[in-house]
Design a protein around this ligand. Structure first.
Ligand code: SF4
Length: 164
């Protein structure tokens, strides 16, 4: 199974979201928030003349100098976004490409940005390898994780599905 950056992000954010996405229950096409995020993403990439890079199962927004750069529409779940970036750094490292990570969160007012820098460590690589196995096991499981509605759910593409 190919683990993606999105799956890594969702696994940290919510196991149920990870399971749903991994099992191709795709409600994201109907989510306004996801559409906004994609639009911001495309605009950013357009400004930067399509700098998105695909390597195997991951899509990186941009490589600039010593940094891998990932754009997010908000800093709502920085931890999940950070592990997504760390996962990308790990994949690059496996290809002999050594980068640091830069996460740029664009708030609703697009002039406001929050930038987080991350560095991959051996300990983090261990966590990523363990998490890859856990994600695979979760997605192959026939049991969908239970709903745990929290404030973060309101921004999730599956909110309507879980909340009704
Ligand atoms: S709505 Fe909440 S419980 Fe449901 S998948 Fe999204 S984050 Fe998880």
């Amino acid at each position: 199974m190919k683990i993606t950056g999105t799956l890594m992000n969702y696994y940290i954010h919510c196991k149920r979201q990870c399971w749903l996405h991994g099992n191709k229950v795709n409600l994201e096409d109907y989510s306004e928030l996801v559409k906004i995020g994609k639009e911001l993403h495309h605009q950013k990439l357009d400004q930067k003349k399509h700098t998105e890079i695909s390597i195997e199962n991951i899509k990186i927004d941009k490589i600039k100098g010593e940094y891998l750069v990932e754009y997010k529409k908000s800093n709502a779940d920085l931890k999940a976004a950070t592990w997504q970036v760390l996962y990308y750094l790990h994949i690059l490292k496996q290809k002999g490409i050594y980068k640091k990570g830069k996460l740029i969160c664009m708030e609703k007012n697009r002039d406001v940005k929050k930038t987080v820098e991350v560095k991959l460590t051996p300990k983090m690589i261990e966590v990523i390898q363990k998490t890859e196995k856990e994600i695979e096991k979760l997605i192959l499981s026939e049991e969908i994780p239970k709903i745990k509605l929290t404030a973060k759910c309101k921004k999730c593409a599956y909110y309507t599905y879980c909340a009704i």
